[in-house]
Design a protein around this ligand. Sequence first.
Ligand code: CMP
Length: 134
Amino acid sequence: MERTFAIIKPDAVAAKNAGKIIDMIEAAGFNIVGMHKINMSQEQANELYKEHSARSFFGEMVAAMMASPIIILALEKENAVLAWRDLMGATNPKDAAAGTVRALYGANIGANAAHGSDSLASAARELAIFFPAL
Ligand code: CMP
């Protein structure tokens, strides 16, 4: 069993698509081992996106992630990291396969409905930021 970290991003929560995305997560066979609705802090945003800190869109991305509530999830399943990335679809919704979370609910590359860890090491790092008790 593997664990990964997921975020239902501000755009999807504000659009009231969170329930539908959680439904997709459960239908895909994940166990939700942690889930909270939170406002991301500056510290959490800096830590989550530290590998993107030099990117031109960093400030805009962090501001967007902190602007309104998000839902954070700890997800468990065999090959959870890859399985959640597959279910989300490509980062840019316009490239995401039909039926994926980002194809269904993402608007653009910034407002792309969901986040997922890109590796097992990232999953461990990101889960520790948001779910220290796990
Ligand atoms: P996420 O999976 O949260 O991890 C990094 C994020 O950077 C990614 O989703 C995108 O939402 C965001 N991102 C990547 N490229 C751009 C861009 N050109 N402009 C705004 N945001 C971007």
